[in-house]
Design a protein around this ligand. Sequence first.
Ligand SMILES: NC(=O)c1ccc[n+]([C@@H]2O[C@H](COP(=O)([O-])OP(=O)(O)OC[C@H]3O[C@@H](n4cnc5c(N)ncnc54)[C@H](OP(=O)(O)O)[C@@H]3O)[C@@H](O)[C@H]2O)c1
Length: 332
Amino acid sequence: MEYRKLGTLDLEVSVVTFGAWAAGGWMWGGTERKDAVEAIRASYDLGVTSIDTAPIYGQGTSEEIVGEAIKGLPRDKVQILTKYGMRWDLNKGELAMKSKDNNGNDIDVHKYAGRDSIIKECEDSLRRLGTDYIDLYQIHWPDVTTPIEETMEAVAQLIKEGKVRQAGVCNYDVAQMQEAEKYVKLASNQVPYSMVKRDIEADVVPYCLENNKAILAYSPLERGLLTGKMKPGYTFSEGDHRANIYFFNDENLKRTDDFLQKIKPLADEKKATLAQLVIRWTIEQAGITIALVGARNADQATQNAKAINIKLSQDEISFITDELNKLELVKP
Ligand SMILES: NC(=O)c1ccc[n+]([C@@H]2O[C@H](COP(=O)([O-])OP(=O)(O)OC[C@H]3O[C@@H](n4cnc5c(N)ncnc54)[C@H](OP(=O)(O)O)[C@@H]3O)[C@@H](O)[C@H]2O)c1
């Protein structure tokens, strides 16, 4: 594995970090708890020491699974990245979505990052994770109903108390990062970034490079799209949010697959899978510190962790990017 520094402390994270959203089942058509625990353990055995989770993932389930998976490991050999600010059990802030929990019950998810809520969320996360500190504590989505000052001052207090080591944000634009930075030192921004979603290259990437902020690229496989397993006609299980996303309509599956077939010979030459080639390309992009990669089971997790063994020359990266630049997806 390769490791990169996150923020100003002496904290190193694995370049392939385990993303534990799907492990929590919510919006992914459920979870097999045993498979999820095994996936995290298989990753750790290959040097994936960092895990990204959130309370909203399975309404606590993902954090519990992470807690179970890391039980017995030396705490200073694992880096726990979790979040706050998405409440399904409190009717405050901005309604983000109406959804169903893993048991099929209706839930209203709110973006809310008020002070008292954060302090409570942190205690709940520590309990579920079975630890007494969080390495990186991130706001999950901007909360337009609470001043950033209030939110970040609450996190600064948690840092002072030793419950949190560093502050991060997710899905923040540059102006929001600048505002947050006035109240707490930000280590990172966690944002969507994949071969087919590169919007951050225009603004967040240059800002983070200039200001020494880490970028945690989420959904680098575009939720499975870039693994090559999805062909037109692909179906998802009930409750899987991907069924309604434009990336996964037949026309876009076809166009993406045509692109993937063009880079497949390079994957074959490297004795790599397409997913591995995609992950390596992603972590080679300017400003990208680590990739948060989700996996449902130990097989996927092992494959993704081993992406680190694939080496790409500058020419090979350019070849992939040139092919990618010819890919046009149909947007809604
Ligand atoms: N901050 C945020 O707002 C936010 C938002 C999204 C994600 N994230 C973070 O980023 C992490 C990763 O993103 P993601 O889970 O959305 O997407 P992803 O990493 O692009 O895709 C993960 C999914 O792709 C499939 N997959 C993974 N490896 C595979 C392999 N080797 N072969 C075949 N299929 C494979 C699995 O689903 P199937 O087997 O079901 O196809 C898996 O759940 C999340 O877990 C979370 O930690 C954060």
